[in-house]
Design a protein around this ligand. Structure first.
Ligand code: GAP
Length: 449
Protein backbone atom coordinates (compact mmCIF):
# COMPACT_ATOMS: atom_id res chain seq x y z
CA UNK A 1 0.00 0.00 0.00
CA UNK A 2 2.82 2.38 -0.82
CA UNK A 3 1.69 5.85 -1.74
CA UNK A 4 3.68 7.77 -4.30
CA UNK A 5 6.07 10.33 -2.84
CA UNK A 6 3.93 13.44 -3.26
CA UNK A 7 0.83 11.69 -2.02
CA UNK A 8 2.66 10.54 1.09
CA UNK A 9 3.95 14.05 1.80
CA UNK A 10 0.47 15.49 1.31
CA UNK A 11 -1.02 12.85 3.60
CA UNK A 12 1.50 13.71 6.33
CA UNK A 13 0.92 17.47 5.98
CA UNK A 14 -2.82 16.94 6.11
CA UNK A 15 -2.64 14.63 9.15
CA UNK A 16 -0.29 17.07 10.89
CA UNK A 17 -2.80 19.89 10.48
CA UNK A 18 -5.99 17.93 11.10
CA UNK A 19 -4.71 16.29 14.28
CA UNK A 20 -3.06 19.32 15.83
CA UNK A 21 0.63 18.71 15.18
CA UNK A 22 1.64 21.54 12.81
CA UNK A 23 -0.25 24.51 11.35
CA UNK A 24 0.77 27.14 8.80
CA UNK A 25 2.08 30.22 10.65
CA UNK A 26 -0.41 33.16 10.85
CA UNK A 27 -2.91 30.99 8.96
CA UNK A 28 -5.94 32.96 10.12
CA UNK A 29 -4.54 36.01 8.22
CA UNK A 30 -3.68 34.06 5.09
CA UNK A 31 -0.37 32.70 6.41
CA UNK A 32 3.23 33.88 6.38
CA UNK A 33 5.39 31.91 4.00
CA UNK A 34 8.14 29.82 5.61
CA UNK A 35 6.68 29.92 9.12
CA UNK A 36 4.95 27.10 11.00
CA UNK A 37 3.17 26.85 14.33
CA UNK A 38 3.18 23.75 16.49
CA UNK A 39 -0.13 22.60 17.94
CA UNK A 40 -0.62 20.60 21.15
CA UNK A 41 0.63 17.28 19.77
CA UNK A 42 3.35 18.88 17.65
CA UNK A 43 4.83 20.71 20.60
CA UNK A 44 4.90 17.45 22.60
CA UNK A 45 6.64 15.61 19.78
CA UNK A 46 9.09 18.48 19.36
CA UNK A 47 9.88 18.59 23.09
CA UNK A 48 10.30 14.83 23.25
CA UNK A 49 12.86 15.06 20.44
CA UNK A 50 14.67 18.04 21.92
CA UNK A 51 14.70 16.52 25.43
CA UNK A 52 16.03 13.24 24.06
CA UNK A 53 18.86 15.13 22.34
CA UNK A 54 19.66 17.11 25.50
CA UNK A 55 19.73 13.90 27.54
CA UNK A 56 21.90 12.01 25.07
CA UNK A 57 24.39 14.76 24.32
CA UNK A 58 24.46 16.88 27.49
CA UNK A 59 23.00 15.21 30.60
CA UNK A 60 24.42 11.74 29.99
CA UNK A 61 27.94 13.01 29.26
CA UNK A 62 30.67 14.41 31.46
CA UNK A 63 32.38 16.42 28.73
CA UNK A 64 29.41 18.54 27.63
CA UNK A 65 28.14 21.90 28.89
CA UNK A 66 24.85 23.54 27.99
CA UNK A 67 24.40 27.22 27.12
CA UNK A 68 21.46 29.36 26.08
CA UNK A 69 22.68 32.55 24.41
CA UNK A 70 20.65 35.60 23.34
CA UNK A 71 19.29 35.50 19.79
CA UNK A 72 20.23 39.13 19.12
CA UNK A 73 23.98 39.56 19.09
CA UNK A 74 26.48 42.32 18.49
CA UNK A 75 26.78 42.88 14.72
CA UNK A 76 30.54 42.28 15.01
CA UNK A 77 29.76 38.59 15.59
CA UNK A 78 28.30 38.26 12.10
CA UNK A 79 31.03 40.28 10.42
CA UNK A 80 33.78 38.20 12.05
CA UNK A 81 32.00 34.90 11.31
CA UNK A 82 31.77 35.75 7.60
CA UNK A 83 27.96 35.72 7.57
CA UNK A 84 27.61 39.39 6.55
CA UNK A 85 29.76 38.79 3.46
CA UNK A 86 29.10 35.19 2.53
CA UNK A 87 25.87 33.83 4.02
CA UNK A 88 24.13 34.01 0.68
CA UNK A 89 22.10 31.96 -1.75
CA UNK A 90 22.03 32.41 -5.56
CA UNK A 91 18.94 34.32 -6.65
CA UNK A 92 17.28 34.77 -10.06
CA UNK A 93 14.30 36.88 -10.96
CA UNK A 94 11.45 36.09 -13.35
CA UNK A 95 11.87 39.02 -15.78
CA UNK A 96 8.11 39.36 -16.29
CA UNK A 97 6.54 38.75 -12.88
CA UNK A 98 9.57 39.87 -10.82
CA UNK A 99 9.13 36.77 -8.66
CA UNK A 100 12.40 35.54 -7.18
CA UNK A 101 13.72 31.98 -7.03
CA UNK A 102 16.76 29.99 -5.87
CA UNK A 103 18.84 29.64 -9.06
CA UNK A 104 20.35 26.31 -7.98
CA UNK A 105 16.88 24.88 -7.30
CA UNK A 106 15.61 25.83 -10.78
CA UNK A 107 18.76 24.36 -12.34
CA UNK A 108 18.34 21.09 -10.41
CA UNK A 109 14.59 20.98 -11.15
CA UNK A 110 15.51 21.24 -14.87
CA UNK A 111 17.74 18.15 -14.49
CA UNK A 112 21.20 19.78 -14.36
CA UNK A 113 23.90 19.73 -11.68
CA UNK A 114 24.20 23.02 -9.74
CA UNK A 115 26.61 22.13 -6.92
CA UNK A 116 29.83 24.09 -6.94
CA UNK A 117 28.89 26.41 -9.83
CA UNK A 118 29.82 30.10 -9.65
CA UNK A 119 27.17 32.79 -10.24
CA UNK A 120 28.50 33.33 -13.78
CA UNK A 121 28.43 29.59 -14.53
CA UNK A 122 24.83 29.37 -13.33
CA UNK A 123 23.82 32.35 -15.46
CA UNK A 124 25.44 30.74 -18.52
CA UNK A 125 23.88 27.34 -17.83
CA UNK A 126 20.41 28.92 -17.47
CA UNK A 127 20.86 30.94 -20.68
CA UNK A 128 22.40 28.15 -22.79
CA UNK A 129 19.78 25.59 -21.80
CA UNK A 130 16.78 27.88 -21.97
CA UNK A 131 15.81 27.28 -18.33
CA UNK A 132 12.71 29.33 -17.52
CA UNK A 133 10.98 30.37 -14.31
CA UNK A 134 8.19 28.08 -13.04
CA UNK A 135 5.83 30.54 -14.79
CA UNK A 136 7.56 29.86 -18.12
CA UNK A 137 9.24 33.28 -18.33
CA UNK A 138 12.88 34.19 -18.99
CA UNK A 139 15.19 34.66 -16.01
CA UNK A 140 17.59 37.41 -14.94
CA UNK A 141 21.31 36.99 -14.27
CA UNK A 142 22.12 35.09 -11.09
CA UNK A 143 23.17 37.21 -8.13
CA UNK A 144 23.68 36.66 -4.42
CA UNK A 145 21.10 37.25 -1.73
CA UNK A 146 22.05 37.50 1.96
CA UNK A 147 19.75 35.32 4.03
CA UNK A 148 20.09 37.10 7.37
CA UNK A 149 17.10 39.03 8.73
CA UNK A 150 18.36 42.50 9.53
CA UNK A 151 16.94 44.60 12.35
CA UNK A 152 17.88 47.54 14.57
CA UNK A 153 18.43 47.36 18.29
CA UNK A 154 17.28 50.42 20.22
CA UNK A 155 15.43 53.54 19.13
CA UNK A 156 17.92 54.78 16.51
CA UNK A 157 17.97 53.24 13.01
CA UNK A 158 21.58 53.78 11.97
CA UNK A 159 24.57 51.65 10.98
CA UNK A 160 25.70 51.19 14.56
CA UNK A 161 22.37 49.77 15.72
CA UNK A 162 22.16 47.04 13.06
CA UNK A 163 21.70 43.52 14.36
CA UNK A 164 20.49 40.26 12.85
CA UNK A 165 18.23 37.43 13.89
CA UNK A 166 20.82 34.68 14.27
CA UNK A 167 21.00 32.39 11.23
CA UNK A 168 22.67 29.64 13.32
CA UNK A 169 22.92 29.02 17.05
CA UNK A 170 26.62 28.19 16.73
CA UNK A 171 27.90 31.76 17.15
CA UNK A 172 26.18 32.03 20.55
CA UNK A 173 28.32 29.07 21.58
CA UNK A 174 31.62 30.42 20.25
CA UNK A 175 31.06 33.78 21.97
CA UNK A 176 30.63 31.92 25.28
CA UNK A 177 33.59 29.55 24.91
CA UNK A 178 35.86 31.81 26.98
CA UNK A 179 33.21 32.33 29.67
CA UNK A 180 32.74 28.60 30.17
CA UNK A 181 36.49 28.02 30.04
CA UNK A 182 36.99 30.57 32.81
CA UNK A 183 34.16 29.16 34.96
CA UNK A 184 34.86 25.43 34.58
CA UNK A 185 38.27 24.93 32.94
CA UNK A 186 37.30 21.57 31.43
CA UNK A 187 39.82 19.13 30.00
CA UNK A 188 40.01 18.94 26.23
CA UNK A 189 38.09 17.62 24.42
CA UNK A 190 34.87 19.19 25.69
CA UNK A 191 31.71 20.47 24.07
CA UNK A 192 29.22 23.28 24.41
CA UNK A 193 25.66 22.53 23.37
CA UNK A 194 22.75 24.80 22.62
CA UNK A 195 19.18 24.48 21.40
CA UNK A 196 17.22 27.41 20.04
CA UNK A 197 15.66 29.34 17.22
CA UNK A 198 17.50 30.27 14.04
CA UNK A 199 16.22 32.47 11.23
CA UNK A 200 17.03 32.49 7.53
CA UNK A 201 15.31 34.58 4.91
CA UNK A 202 15.12 31.62 2.53
CA UNK A 203 14.42 32.73 -1.05
CA UNK A 204 11.98 29.89 -1.58
CA UNK A 205 10.88 28.12 1.58
CA UNK A 206 9.32 24.82 0.59
CA UNK A 207 8.46 21.24 1.37
CA UNK A 208 6.44 21.77 4.53
CA UNK A 209 8.75 22.38 7.52
CA UNK A 210 11.85 21.16 5.63
CA UNK A 211 12.96 24.62 4.52
CA UNK A 212 11.50 27.29 6.80
CA UNK A 213 12.42 30.87 7.55
CA UNK A 214 12.22 30.34 11.30
CA UNK A 215 13.33 27.01 12.70
CA UNK A 216 15.06 25.40 15.62
CA UNK A 217 18.60 24.05 15.79
CA UNK A 218 20.43 21.83 18.26
CA UNK A 219 24.15 22.43 17.89
CA UNK A 220 27.35 21.29 19.54
CA UNK A 221 30.75 22.88 19.20
CA UNK A 222 33.17 20.20 20.33
CA UNK A 223 36.58 21.67 21.17
CA UNK A 224 39.54 19.42 20.44
CA UNK A 225 43.29 19.26 20.07
CA UNK A 226 43.82 19.67 16.29
CA UNK A 227 46.20 16.68 16.33
CA UNK A 228 43.15 14.46 16.99
CA UNK A 229 40.65 15.93 14.57
CA UNK A 230 40.29 12.86 12.38
CA UNK A 231 39.59 10.41 15.22
CA UNK A 232 37.23 12.90 16.92
CA UNK A 233 35.37 13.41 13.65
CA UNK A 234 34.99 9.64 13.26
CA UNK A 235 33.58 9.36 16.80
CA UNK A 236 30.97 11.97 15.94
CA UNK A 237 29.95 10.09 12.82
CA UNK A 238 29.10 7.16 15.12
CA UNK A 239 27.25 9.40 17.59
CA UNK A 240 25.15 10.88 14.80
CA UNK A 241 24.07 7.36 13.82
CA UNK A 242 23.21 6.68 17.49
CA UNK A 243 20.99 9.75 17.29
CA UNK A 244 19.17 8.71 14.12
CA UNK A 245 18.66 5.25 15.70
CA UNK A 246 17.21 6.89 18.80
CA UNK A 247 14.76 8.75 16.54
CA UNK A 248 13.65 5.38 15.21
CA UNK A 249 14.82 6.15 11.66
CA UNK A 250 15.58 3.00 9.67
CA UNK A 251 19.37 2.82 9.16
CA UNK A 252 18.91 2.03 5.46
CA UNK A 253 17.20 5.41 4.97
CA UNK A 254 20.07 7.42 6.51
CA UNK A 255 22.97 8.21 4.18
CA UNK A 256 26.34 9.92 4.57
CA UNK A 257 27.25 12.42 1.87
CA UNK A 258 30.88 13.54 1.86
CA UNK A 259 30.58 17.19 0.80
CA UNK A 260 33.00 18.17 -1.98
CA UNK A 261 35.53 21.00 -1.45
CA UNK A 262 33.65 23.44 -3.67
CA UNK A 263 30.35 22.89 -1.87
CA UNK A 264 31.48 23.16 1.74
CA UNK A 265 30.66 26.19 3.89
CA UNK A 266 33.45 28.76 4.00
CA UNK A 267 34.55 27.63 7.48
CA UNK A 268 34.70 23.88 6.96
CA UNK A 269 37.63 21.60 6.12
CA UNK A 270 35.49 18.48 6.07
CA UNK A 271 31.71 18.08 6.07
CA UNK A 272 29.44 15.08 6.02
CA UNK A 273 25.79 15.79 5.34
CA UNK A 274 23.59 13.12 6.82
CA UNK A 275 20.74 12.67 4.41
CA UNK A 276 17.42 10.95 4.90
CA UNK A 277 14.99 9.44 2.42
CA UNK A 278 12.15 11.90 3.02
CA UNK A 279 8.97 11.51 0.93
CA UNK A 280 10.26 14.53 -1.05
CA UNK A 281 13.45 12.59 -1.88
CA UNK A 282 16.89 12.14 -0.31
CA UNK A 283 17.71 15.42 1.43
CA UNK A 284 19.89 16.80 4.22
CA UNK A 285 18.77 15.91 7.72
CA UNK A 286 21.76 17.32 9.62
CA UNK A 287 25.40 18.23 9.13
CA UNK A 288 28.74 17.35 10.69
CA UNK A 289 31.59 19.78 10.01
CA UNK A 290 35.22 20.17 10.99
CA UNK A 291 35.28 23.95 11.56
CA UNK A 292 39.01 24.04 12.44
CA UNK A 293 39.92 27.09 14.57
CA UNK A 294 38.10 29.36 12.10
CA UNK A 295 35.66 30.85 14.60
CA UNK A 296 37.82 31.13 17.71
CA UNK A 297 40.69 32.65 15.68
CA UNK A 298 38.27 35.19 14.17
CA UNK A 299 37.05 36.15 17.64
CA UNK A 300 40.63 36.41 18.93
CA UNK A 301 41.54 38.70 16.02
CA UNK A 302 38.39 40.84 15.89
CA UNK A 303 37.61 41.10 19.61
CA UNK A 304 41.24 41.19 20.70
CA UNK A 305 40.65 38.52 23.39
CA UNK A 306 42.86 35.50 23.93
CA UNK A 307 41.03 32.31 22.92
CA UNK A 308 43.91 29.95 23.64
CA UNK A 309 43.56 26.85 25.76
CA UNK A 310 46.40 26.00 28.14
CA UNK A 311 46.81 22.26 28.61
CA UNK A 312 46.62 21.65 32.36
CA UNK A 313 49.96 21.33 34.15
CA UNK A 314 51.92 22.46 31.06
CA UNK A 315 52.80 25.61 29.18
CA UNK A 316 51.34 24.21 25.95
CA UNK A 317 48.84 26.70 24.52
CA UNK A 318 46.80 26.60 21.35
CA UNK A 319 43.47 27.64 19.94
CA UNK A 320 41.29 24.52 20.03
CA UNK A 321 39.79 23.21 16.83
CA UNK A 322 36.11 22.38 16.55
CA UNK A 323 33.94 19.51 15.36
CA UNK A 324 30.38 20.71 14.87
CA UNK A 325 27.39 18.38 14.66
CA UNK A 326 24.43 20.59 13.72
CA UNK A 327 20.92 19.17 14.02
CA UNK A 328 17.73 20.77 12.68
CA UNK A 329 14.67 20.09 14.85
CA UNK A 330 12.08 20.53 12.07
CA UNK A 331 13.94 18.12 9.81
CA UNK A 332 14.13 15.60 12.66
CA UNK A 333 10.35 15.97 13.14
CA UNK A 334 9.73 15.57 9.42
CA UNK A 335 11.94 12.47 9.29
CA UNK A 336 10.25 10.95 12.34
CA UNK A 337 6.77 11.59 10.91
CA UNK A 338 7.81 10.22 7.50
CA UNK A 339 9.26 7.04 9.02
CA UNK A 340 6.24 6.58 11.27
CA UNK A 341 3.47 7.20 8.74
CA UNK A 342 1.94 3.81 7.90
CA UNK A 343 -1.14 2.55 6.13
CA UNK A 344 -2.54 -0.95 6.52
CA UNK A 345 -5.84 -2.77 6.70
CA UNK A 346 -7.62 -3.82 9.86
CA UNK A 347 -10.72 -6.00 9.54
CA UNK A 348 -10.95 -5.10 5.86
CA UNK A 349 -10.81 -1.35 6.53
CA UNK A 350 -7.99 1.03 5.61
CA UNK A 351 -6.12 2.31 8.64
CA UNK A 352 -3.60 5.17 8.93
CA UNK A 353 -1.31 5.15 11.91
CA UNK A 354 1.92 6.71 13.13
CA UNK A 355 4.34 4.03 14.25
CA UNK A 356 6.18 6.47 16.52
CA UNK A 357 8.77 5.12 18.94
CA UNK A 358 7.10 5.03 22.36
CA UNK A 359 9.56 7.54 23.87
CA UNK A 360 8.66 10.13 21.20
CA UNK A 361 4.88 9.63 21.04
CA UNK A 362 3.01 12.76 22.24
CA UNK A 363 0.46 10.55 23.99
CA UNK A 364 1.61 7.28 25.56
CA UNK A 365 -1.77 6.03 26.84
CA UNK A 366 -5.35 6.89 25.90
CA UNK A 367 -7.87 5.97 28.60
CA UNK A 368 -11.53 5.26 27.79
CA UNK A 369 -14.61 4.01 29.58
CA UNK A 370 -16.30 1.52 27.25
CA UNK A 371 -19.52 3.57 27.47
CA UNK A 372 -19.46 7.18 28.51
CA UNK A 373 -23.05 7.22 29.79
CA UNK A 374 -22.31 4.66 32.50
CA UNK A 375 -21.14 6.63 35.56
CA UNK A 376 -19.61 3.55 37.24
CA UNK A 377 -17.39 2.92 34.19
CA UNK A 378 -16.46 6.60 33.91
CA UNK A 379 -15.49 6.74 37.60
CA UNK A 380 -13.32 3.62 37.30
CA UNK A 381 -11.71 4.89 34.09
CA UNK A 382 -10.96 8.20 35.80
CA UNK A 383 -9.17 6.26 38.55
CA UNK A 384 -7.01 4.52 35.95
CA UNK A 385 -6.41 7.83 34.17
CA UNK A 386 -5.18 9.45 37.39
CA UNK A 387 -2.80 6.57 38.11
CA UNK A 388 -1.27 6.66 34.62
CA UNK A 389 -1.22 10.46 34.44
CA UNK A 390 0.85 10.60 37.63
CA UNK A 391 3.19 7.93 36.34
CA UNK A 392 3.62 8.97 32.69
CA UNK A 393 2.24 12.48 32.19
CA UNK A 394 1.53 12.01 28.49
CA UNK A 395 -1.89 10.45 28.95
CA UNK A 396 -5.13 11.40 27.19
CA UNK A 397 -8.76 10.96 28.24
CA UNK A 398 -10.76 9.86 25.19
CA UNK A 399 -14.46 9.03 25.42
CA UNK A 400 -15.71 10.32 22.06
CA UNK A 401 -17.51 7.99 19.63
CA UNK A 402 -17.42 4.21 19.80
CA UNK A 403 -14.35 2.21 20.75
CA UNK A 404 -13.42 1.43 17.15
CA UNK A 405 -13.35 5.15 16.28
CA UNK A 406 -11.30 5.95 19.37
CA UNK A 407 -8.72 3.35 18.37
CA UNK A 408 -8.48 4.83 14.85
CA UNK A 409 -8.11 8.34 16.23
CA UNK A 410 -5.38 7.30 18.63
CA UNK A 411 -3.61 5.25 15.92
CA UNK A 412 -3.50 8.34 13.75
CA UNK A 413 -1.62 10.35 16.38
CA UNK A 414 0.70 7.47 17.23
CA UNK A 415 -0.56 6.55 20.71
CA UNK A 416 1.13 3.21 21.48
CA UNK A 417 -1.51 1.96 23.96
CA UNK A 418 -5.25 2.38 24.44
CA UNK A 419 -6.65 1.33 27.81
CA UNK A 420 -10.36 0.51 28.07
CA UNK A 421 -12.39 0.11 31.24
CA UNK A 422 -15.44 -2.16 30.74
CA UNK A 423 -18.03 -3.90 32.91
CA UNK A 424 -15.65 -6.75 33.69
CA UNK A 425 -13.22 -4.23 35.17
CA UNK A 426 -15.71 -3.55 37.94
CA UNK A 427 -15.45 -7.22 38.93
CA UNK A 428 -11.85 -8.19 38.23
CA UNK A 429 -10.03 -4.83 38.43
CA UNK A 430 -8.41 -5.55 35.07
CA UNK A 431 -8.48 -3.41 31.92
CA UNK A 432 -8.05 -4.09 28.21
CA UNK A 433 -4.83 -2.77 26.71
CA UNK A 434 -4.73 -2.54 22.96
CA UNK A 435 -1.42 -2.33 21.10
CA UNK A 436 -1.27 0.23 18.28
CA UNK A 437 1.01 -1.72 15.94
CA UNK A 438 -0.39 -5.24 16.28
CA UNK A 439 -3.94 -4.15 17.31
CA UNK A 440 -3.75 -7.05 19.79
CA UNK A 441 -5.63 -6.69 23.04
CA UNK A 442 -4.85 -8.18 26.41
CA UNK A 443 -6.24 -7.98 29.92
CA UNK A 444 -3.97 -6.44 32.54
CA UNK A 445 -4.65 -5.88 36.22
CA UNK A 446 -4.79 -2.18 37.09
CA UNK A 447 -2.14 -2.69 39.76
CA UNK A 448 0.24 -4.04 37.06
CA UNK A 449 -0.20 -1.11 34.68
N1 GAP B 1 26.09 25.90 12.30
C1 GAP B 1 26.10 25.17 11.09
C2 GAP B 1 24.85 25.26 10.36
O1 GAP B 1 23.96 26.04 10.69
P1 GAP B 1 23.60 24.30 8.28
O2 GAP B 1 23.91 23.09 7.44
O3 GAP B 1 23.40 25.58 7.59
O4 GAP B 1 24.79 24.40 9.32
C3 GAP B 1 22.34 22.91 10.07
O5 GAP B 1 22.33 24.00 9.17
C4 GAP B 1 21.01 22.21 10.07
O6 GAP B 1 19.95 23.14 10.34
C5 GAP B 1 20.62 21.58 8.73
O7 GAP B 1 21.22 20.31 8.56
C6 GAP B 1 19.12 21.46 8.88
O8 GAP B 1 18.79 20.35 9.67
C7 GAP B 1 18.78 22.73 9.65
N2 GAP B 1 18.34 23.80 8.74
C8 GAP B 1 19.11 24.65 8.03
N3 GAP B 1 18.38 25.50 7.31
C9 GAP B 1 17.08 25.19 7.57
C10 GAP B 1 15.82 25.72 7.12
N4 GAP B 1 15.74 26.77 6.31
N5 GAP B 1 14.68 25.14 7.60
C11 GAP B 1 14.74 24.09 8.45
N6 GAP B 1 15.90 23.56 8.90
C12 GAP B 1 17.05 24.10 8.47
Amino acid sequence: MDKNKNEKMEAIVSLAKRRGFIYQGSEVYGGLSGTWDFGPLGVSLKRNIMNLWWKMFVQDREDMYGVDAAILMNQKVWKASGHVDTFTDPLVEDLETKQRFRADHLIKDAGYQADGLSLEEMTTLIRDNGIKSPNGNPLSEVRTFNMMFKTHVGPVDDESSISYLRPETAQGIFTNYKNVLDSFYPDLPFGLAQQGKAFRNEISPRDFIFRSREFEQMEIEYFIDPANWESEFTKWVGLVHDWTDALGLPAENVHELEVADADRAHYSKRTIDFEFDFPIGREELLGLAYRTDFDLSNIQREAGKNMEYTVKGTNTKFIPHVIEPSFGVERAIMAVLSAAYTEDEVNGEKRVYLRLPEHLAPVKYAISPLLKNKPELVAKAREVYDILKKKHGDVMWDDNGNIGKRYRRQDEIGTPFCVVVDFETLDDNAVTIRDRDTTEQKRVNISDL
